[in-house]
Design a protein around this ligand. Structure first.
Ligand code: ZN
Length: 110
């Protein structure tokens, strides 16, 4: 039933993996620059590194939540609100396939 969502999730994950790779390269670059080849001072450099690192963490979290959603599809637990156990609105799943709550619970219980 949720094949379409599974594909969408897999697509998002593939996209995020590329993004993740790019950010990792950037992170490596910050480290290389630490050897003294750029003009940023060390405060700016460590700030840039922090930002890249938090982007990397965010991407990893997203990949994880999309993978979890795929797992739920495979285990037949997908599309059920974790609070009220009702079906999550299809429109909601379409725009955020990784959500675990219906619109109403998301509003009151988060
Ligand atoms: Zn609910």
């Amino acid at each position: 039933m949720y094949t379409e969502y599974r594909e969408m999730l897999a697509h998002k994950i593939a996209h995020l993996r590329l993004d993740h790779e790019e950010q990792m390269v950037e992170f490596e670059l910050h480290n290389v620059c630490d050897l003294g080849r750029d003009t940023l001072d060390s405060t700016e450099r460590s700030r840039a590194r922090q930002m890249t690192l938090s982007r990397i963490r965010r991407i990893e979290t997203q990949i994880q939540s999309y993978s979890n959603a795929i797992q739920r599809i495979e285990n037949d637990h997908y599309g059920i609100c974790k609070f009220c156990r009702e079906s999550i609105e299809l429109e909601r799943l379409k725009s955020h396939p990784e959500v675990m709550t219906c619109a109403e619970c998301a509003q009151y219980k988060n």
